[in-house]
Design a protein around this ligand. Sequence first.
Ligand code: SF4
Ligand code: SF4
Length: 448
Amino acid sequence: MSDDFTREFSAGLRAAGVVGAGGAGFPACVKAAARAEFVIANAAECEPLLKKDRTLLELHPEKVLDGLELMMRSTGASKGFVGIKKKHSALSASLGEAARSRRNISVAPLGDYYPAGDEQCLVYDITGRVTPMGGIPLAAGCVVANVETLFNAASAAGGPGTEKYITVAGAVRKPATLKVPVGISWAEAVELSGGFGVPDPAGIDGGPMMGKVITDFSLPVTKCSGGLIVLPKNHRLIVKKSAGRPAFSRVGRSACDQCSYCTELCPRYLLGHSVQPHRAMRSLMFSGGPLIHSEYALLCCECSLCSLYSCPEGLSPSEICAAAKADLRGMKKNFGDSELNSGRPVSAHPVREERKVPVSRLVRRLGLADYAADAPYLEHEYKPARVRILMRQHAGAPCSPVVEAGRKVRKGEVVGDLPADKLGCPVHASIAGTVSKANGEFVEITAE
Ligand code: SF4
Ligand code: SF4
């Protein structure tokens, strides 16, 4: 490790716009500039039905390992791991073979549970370390990066990544995993997957657990997109995830019996953290106003396990926790100031292993068993007529357009940027063409 290498590598990642490709969109340049003992490639892909990370590892294992090595060198890490579920035995074995020629990289087998890919669960499962309450994996000596992020990091010296691996699954005619230009619409991605398989579809942008419901399929694929799950609009998962705050608060207030199953199965509670969704639910019943004051929600990672699996009443503790966090943010209260922040070291719950939720059981509970078909990789070079490059595709500050309508742009050219002192990355044209629209939300490019 040298400071010069770290500086250059990190600057290269920022210039190439490399961000967390697993959904979070955290700029990779910030992780590359940190100091860590371990770097973990997150290949857990625990969201049901998605398989773009696995596909990428099958297609380009060496490049992902190159990215892992670069990140290790940049952070000064002495050891690298690829965290992948042991059920993918053939891929794990070939990755282990590929890693043998690399110094200090090994494959770490994971159980088939949700959320194995939660970064704090991953850190614990691989290193045995619990991330301190309110901290990030770096506080446990670890940098965690999605495998596609590492793939893009290894490619960054050759220019920005302008393509995205995604899975389109559920109620489509031919579920598929695809490589597509960033900025194509979800409707185009569905078309590449054979078209809608139901007359009145809705989609979940991301995995079924943490993704957001969309009904407007003209929305674009971004650098953080993991995939789209298409379902009938009246599927119970779509209906549940579409409920607004007034509805889930009202039902929660009247129906929660305080059984505490939501807490007992919460993956962060089982790591020893002070998150207790049943207490957040309890605060609904005693709250004198519309705001939720429960600090027991502050360390919730919004994995949705409590709402979509644990609660026997079908209530929405995850959404209540998210609402409480937003309310507390508005009141300028954070975990650092909370009485729950005892500062004491925490340890995982003694029965954590027994309480892990198998993905197969989760798939049945979500009503997705009929949609759990394979989504094979579809080799296809898609040339869109136009793309929309969103100005916000990462954590931090949004970009502003640096091109105007009528301007010709090259593939890979910067079309949106932000000041160097702000958290974020530039965004790039994914096709060559002419800018047809540019505003604070997106730059639209029409192909040549
Ligand atoms: S599991 Fe459901 S009913 Fe039980 S405490 Fe949690 S929200 Fe209430
Ligand atoms: S969403 Fe629910 S289960 Fe997940 S971390 Fe938050 S409280 Fe725990």
